[in-house]
Ligand binder design. Structure first.
Ligand SMILES: Nc1ncnc2c1ncn2[C@@H]1O[C@H](COP(=O)(O)OP(=O)(O)OP(=O)(O)O)[C@@H](O)[C@H]1O
Ligand SMILES: [Mg+2]
Length: 362
C-alpha cells in the first residue's frame, strides 16, 4: 500500500527535539523542525528547517529521520535535508519574533467557531453549550471544545467528568453526550495544576488540544465550538495561530464595562483576520419567573448598538432567566431541557444566525 504523509509524521514524532528551545519532551514535529514532506511513489523527501547555527546538533536527527522512515512499509528510499530558517530566532539576538505557525484546518471538522468575550462571567460557556445543542437540534453534527485552561466549565455544564481515552494513533477521543462530541481541558489537566502554569505551558497544551483530538471519530463534525476563557491572552492567540477559525461569536452583557472589553476581543479577531459572525447580548433583560415582568437589570440593547457601531451582525439577545442557570447547573442546558421555552428559542435564533454566516447547508 502507498505510504501516506500521516504515517511519516507519526514515525517522525518518535524523534526527540535535540534543541533546548520550546517545551521539554517535544519531538521534532511538535518543535516545528519538520518543514515539509514530499512523497513520490515509494521515494520520500523530508525537509527540516533549522537555524544554521544548530546544524551540527540537528545532523544526527536528519540521519535518524532517514532511518526511521526507510523502515516503513511502502518506502524504498528516503532523503532528509536541512534548510535554513528564513528568520533567525530571537534567542540569537536580532530581537525579531519568529514567524507564527501557519494555522491549519482541524481534521474532521467542517467549521470551527470560537465563543469569546473580553470580560469574564458574561455567559460564554452557557452560550457555547446552548448553541451546540441548538445546532444539533437543527440536524448538524456538533462538537464542543472547552478551551478554558484555568477555569474549564463547559464540561461541567454538560454534566461530564471523564477520563480521556486514546485512539490507536494516540489522539484523544472526544466524549459523547446527547449526540455531541466534547472535550475539556479539565479531562487532561486538573484546574489546580493549570492554575500555576505560565504562558509557554498554556500554549503547548492548547496546541496539543486543538491538533490532537480525534474529532473524526465515527464521522466528521459539521461545527466545532470552542468555549474560550475571557480576554485576549495566550489561549486565544495560540488558537488563532494553530487552527483555521471560521468565525467568532462575541458574547457581552449590555453594560458599557463589558462592551469596552468586548471591543478588545473584536480587535484581536480583526487583527488575526478571523471573521466575526456576530454579537450576542446575554443577560439582556431580567424576566421575573413569578410575575414574568421584564426589567433591564444591566441595561438593554447595548450589545446590539455596539454590534452595529462596528459593522457586525447582532445575533440575538438572551434574557437573564433563572431556568438558564438552573438547567446549566443540572448538566442539561435549557435548549435540551426545555426546548419550547422562549429562552431556548432565543438560542435557536442565534444558531440560525451562525448557520447563515457560515453558509451551513443541512
Ligand atoms: N442568560 C442567563 N441567565 C441566567 N444565568 C446565566 C445566563 N447566562 C449565564 N448565566 C449564569 O452566569 C454564570 C456565568 O456564566 P458562564 O459560566 O457561562 O460565563 P463565562 O463567560 O463562561 O464565564 P468565564 O469568563 O468565567 O468563563 C453561570 O452561573 C451561568 O449559569
Ligand atoms: Mg466560561
Amino acid at each position: 500500500m502507498a505510504i501516506t504523509e500521516e504515517e511519516i509524521v507519526k514515525a517522525l514524532r518518535q524523534i526527540k527535539n535535540p534543541l533546548k528551545t520550546g517545551a521539554p519532551d517535544q519531538n521534532i514535529v511538535s518543535a516545528g523542525l519538520l518543514e515539509s514532506i514530499a512523497i513520490n511513489g515509494d521515494i520520500v523527501s523530508i525537509c527540516l528547517q533549522i537555524d544554521p547555527a544548530d546544524a551540527e546538533r540537528v545532523e544526527p536527527v536528519r540521519a535518524a529521520c532517514e532511518k526511521i522512515v526507510e523502515a516503513l512499509a511502502g518506502v524504498s528510499k528516503v532523503r532528509a535535508i536541512m534548510t535554513a530558517k528564513k528568520a533567525p530566532s530571537p534567542a540569537k539576538g536580532n530581537g525579531k519574533a519568529p514567524p507564527p505557525p501557519t494555522p491549519k484546518k482541524i481534521k474532521g471538522v467542517k467549521y470551527f467557531i470560537a465563543v469569546a468575550s473580553g470580560k469574564g462571567g458574561v455567559g460564554k460557556s452557557t452560550t457555547s453549550v446552548n448553541l451546540a445543542y441548538a445546532l444539533k437540534q437543527k440536524g448538524l453534527k456538533v462538537a464542543i471544545a472547552d478551551c478554558d485552561v484555568y477555569g474549564p466549565s463547559a464540561a461541567m455544564l454538560l454534566g461530564l467528568n471523564a477520563k480521556p481515552e486514546f485512539t490507536d494513533d494516540d489522539r484523544i477521543k472526544p466524549v459523547m453526550k446527547d449526540g455531541l462530541k466534547a472535550i475539556s481541558m479539565s479531562f487532561l489537566v486538573p484546574p489546580e495544576t493549570a492554575a500555576v502554569w505560565r504562558g509557554p505551558m498554556v500554549i503547548g497544551a492548547i496546541q496539543q488540544f486543538l491538533t490532537g483530538v480525534a474529532w473524526d471519530m465515527d464521522g466528521d463534525v459539521d461545527v466545532l465550538i470552542a468555549d474560550l476563557p475571557p480576554g485576549t491572552g495566550d489561549v486565544q492567540l495560540t488558537m488563532c495561530q494553530t487552527a483555521i477559525v471560521d468565525g467568532a461569536v462575541i458574547v457581552s452583557t449590555p453594560q458599557d464595562l463589558a462592551l469596552i472589553d468586548a471591543r478588545k476581543a473584536v480587535d484581536m479577531f480583526t487583527k488575526t483576520r478571523i471573521p466575526i459572525l456576530g454579537v450576542v447580548e446575554n443577560m439582556s433583560q431580567f424576566v421575573c419567573p413569578k410575575c414574568h415582568q421584564v426589567s433591564n437589570l444591566f441595561g438593554h440593547g447595548g450589545a446590539e448598538q455596539f454590534a452595529h457601531q462596528y459593522g457586525m451582525d447582532f445575533l440575538g439577545a438572551v434574557p437573564l432567566h433563572m431556568d438558564i442557570r438552573a438547567c446549566a447547573d443540572a448538566g442539561t442546558p435549557i435548549v435540551e431541557a426545555k426546548p419550547d421555552s422562549p429562552e431556548a428559542q432565543s438560542y435557536h435564533h442565534i444558531a440560525d444566525g451562525v448557520m447563515r454566516h457560515l453558509a451551513v447547508e443541512l
